[in-house]
Design a binder for this molecule. Sequence first.
Ligand code: DGY
Length: 429
Amino acid sequence: MNKHEDLLKAEAIMRKNDRGTYTVPTHGLYPFQWNWDSCLSALGFSHFDEERALVELETLFEHQWEDGMVPHIVFHEPDEGYFPNTDVWQTNRAIPTSGITQPPVAGFALHALNQRSSNRSAIADRVQTLMGKIHAWHQWFYNFRADSDGLVAIVHPWESGRDNSVDWDEAFERVPTEGVSPFVRRDTSHANPEHRPTDEQYKRYIWLVEKFRSLNWDNSAIAKESPFQIIDPGFNAILIKSALDLADLAESYGAAQLATESRSMANRALDGMDKLWSEKLGQYVCYDRVADHQINSPSIGGLLAIFAPVPPKRSKTIADTIRRLSEVTEYLVASHPPGTPEFDELRYWRGPVWLIVNYMIAVGLRRAGEDELVRCIVDDSIALIETSGFAEYYGPITGTPCGGDSFTWTAAMVIEFFNLFDTFIKAEA
Ligand code: DGY
């Protein structure tokens, strides 16, 4: 392991993908600003350029919708290399955006940026402005997407960030493929098609976009009419963790009302999470809100749930499930377990390891006192970048680099691991 060299490489990738006020996830494949990529990347910046870290969040929130939603893509500059582009979304905004959202990691990120700041009073106004905007986004979730348990649903697989997860194979069948306007994918010219979702899945992704567009991007109508409505435990855990962190941040600024509202949203959802628990699989699972049942699928969204402060007996079982995964893979944590019929080692979210998820799971495991397992996850993550470069994701058995390369959030997570988990990392060889 060469910490110094790894950090230099990581920083160089972040600088290379920096477009001044926002970063692109990687050149070619993702040429715009992505919501959760940006927030997680800001964590990386915070260790070597605090100002740039805050600007990353500020730029994203300049494009928050009037109803509170924060879109998953901001199309700052035209680039024909991506599909679906602005002509497909047609959200009619001065600077075009997509019309769906993504996992709300901003609250968690802002809290961390504030804590790490070398001059908190200098950034206090900016932090408080962002705090209000993030809270409005969280309220948007509860207004438009929550059920009586306070758990929120995604209406498009892209909202989860785990686009082609096995979790919704069955539910996704409900989304038609007929009537979709003909299109040419661009992702498969930038990345190996065998690492990406299938054409059949793309037709359904685009059917949903066209459906929501036909509803004029009215979020009440979308929430009612989407044939795809999934309560994803990982997504909900991120929202809960962000809302709790935002409550702490608000308290430190004396914003009592925001803190109370935020904490009560989070605590209600945390209680609600129990309806997603599967004793049989030893983890949380998704819930299909349209069909009204739990989904019997052991993907990583149910392990990522440990990012939220779930009860100790749940953390312990999740840790045991991850330990079992380590017996059948070389690198933790596979996004779907080998040995299941759907496992596909290199295809996006159907098997590969993602460093951002490893990081959030490590944060949760550390809170739960699972230090030895944290060490394994951090070591595996660093081993992956050292043997296979800063890829978008990796095969959990072979360590094959997959998807895009020179990836911003992979670099950011390496910087996080070395700074936050240094005591867990093996001594340099
Ligand atoms: C893509 O284009 O691959 C994204 O996941 C959608 O945001």
